[in-house]
Design a protein around this ligand. Structure first.
Ligand SMILES: [Zn+2]
Length: 400
């Protein structure tokens, strides 16, 4: 190499290090890799490794060329900042070693401790220092529109092709939760129902995608349309329908969370256990041990074995409503006659005690001692309206 060329390279690197020092002295202007910010992108070298099962941080560092005192100081820097617990280093953690051309030892080690967080351990003039860098999620909104052919999970899965598989499943769960006081997405949904959902999508530069909030939705179930508009009220998100009434009410419609219902059926009625003639309730297929929740505030009337029902819980609510949960594997701790339970509280676990051919929950709503269609029996208790002070915000959101 000609002398002037060597000098240029030296200037280039020391200029880069100066920029590096400046970059550390103030918050990074953006989230580009440090090397790029420091102007080292052309000469900076990185290599990526992963932590193997049972491997110590020292062993991984050594493999990356950070040995002896360097390794000890680098680890100490991260521990001192409580950024790293070397005993809890997960197998599969990505670790990146960065070196400038004249480095005999890598000058930067990054551990991907979470999808959106990196621990950076950097060697400077005064030794190794450590800090955490958050990787910024970018958020946009996605509109998903479609029809149910089989069940909710299928419908949303087909309509949200632009989302990864996990996110599509999560969106089905989220929609079921938005409507959990108005539509039982397991029992009530039928082919031909249609929906549209506006949902936040959060993405990392690495391509990792997560769902954010459902901002608005429309669901047409059996010809009746219910809108859901998300509104922040005193820091809490609530959903309101097109009439400005809260979607929340005194009763949940389903005694199992939609996400807990047997995924094999994807939120469709069990083909064998489903509602049949002279059957007094709804059967939810779910694996044994799935938590069963009380659909409303109430008092346990009885919790024990009763004939073909097997382990049975009856809960008394307001307005002469009693809910019944049968074939349970067991009862939640402390649930017995006289126990007060809250809406959504776990009272027992799905099983197949009594006359049951497989694990499922048999659920009934009784009014004045007579089994009734849960939806019509519970529906009249609509939620409170939008507060007058929030009406303007609601109207503005609806208009969007
Ligand atoms: Zn049944």
């Amino acid at each position: 190499m000609k002398p002037w060329a060597a000098r240029l390279v030296t200037y280039g690197v020391s200029g880069g290090l100066a920029a590096l020092a400046i970059a550390f002295a103030r918050p990074l202007p953006d989230r580009r890799p440090l090397a790029e910010v420091a102007g080292l992108a052309d000469t900076w070298e990185e290599h990526v490794d992963t932590v193997a099962s049972g491997e110590t941080i020292g062993e991984v560092l050594e493999r990356g060329g950070v040995t002896g005192d360097h390794a000890r100081d680098a680890i100490d820097a991260a521990i001192a900042q409580r950024l790293l617990d070397p005993r809890r280093l997960r197998a599969g953690t990505r670790i990146t070693f960065g070196s400038a051309p004249d480095d005999s030892v890598p000058s930067q080690v990054s551990l991907q401790i979470d999808v959106d967080r990196l621990v950076r351990i950097v060697r400077g003039d005064s030794g190794w220092t450590a800090r955490v860098d958050s990787i910024a999620w970018s958020t946009d909104t996605v509109a998903v529109r479609g029809k149910v052919r089989v069940h909710l999970t299928q419908g949303i899965g087909e309509a949200a092709a632009e989302l990864p598989r996990d996110a599509r499943q999560e969106l089905a769960y989220a929609v079921a939760e938005v409507y959990e006081f108005r539509i039982d997405m397991y029992r009530d949904v039928q082919p031909g129902d249609s929906f549209s959902v506006l949902v936040e999508r959060k993405r990392l530069p690495t391509g990792v995608t997560r769902l954010g909030n459902v901002l608005a939705a429309t669901f047409t179930n059996g010809g009746a349309t219910i809108e859901a508009i998300r509104l922040l009220s005193e820091g809490k998100a609530k959903y309101y329908d097109q009439h400005g009434k809260s979607l929340a009410a005194n009763f949940l419609l389903a005694p199992l969370e939609f996400r807990r219902i047997s995924s094999g059926f994807g939120g469709r009625r069990h083909p064998v256990l489903g509602i049949f003639r002279r059957h007094q309730g709804t059967d939810y297929a779910a694996s044994s041990g799935t938590p069963v929740r009380s659909i409303g505030d109430g008092v346990v009337i009885s919790a024990g074995v009763r004939g073909g029902y097997g382990n049975l819980i009856d809960v008394r609510h307001v307005n002469g409503i009693v809910t019944r949960y049968a074939h349970l594997r067991g009862f939640a701790r402390g649930v017995r006659a006289g126990t007060r339970v809250a809406m959504g509280e776990t009272i027992g676990y799905v099983g197949q005690t009594g006359l049951a051919t497989g694990p499922h929950l048999h659920f009934e709503v009784l009014v004045g001692g007579v089994a009734r269609n849960p939806r019509s029996a519970l529906q009249s208790k609509a939620g409170p309206p939008v507060a007058p002070s929030e009406r303007a915000a609601f109207d503005a959101l609806r208009a969007r």
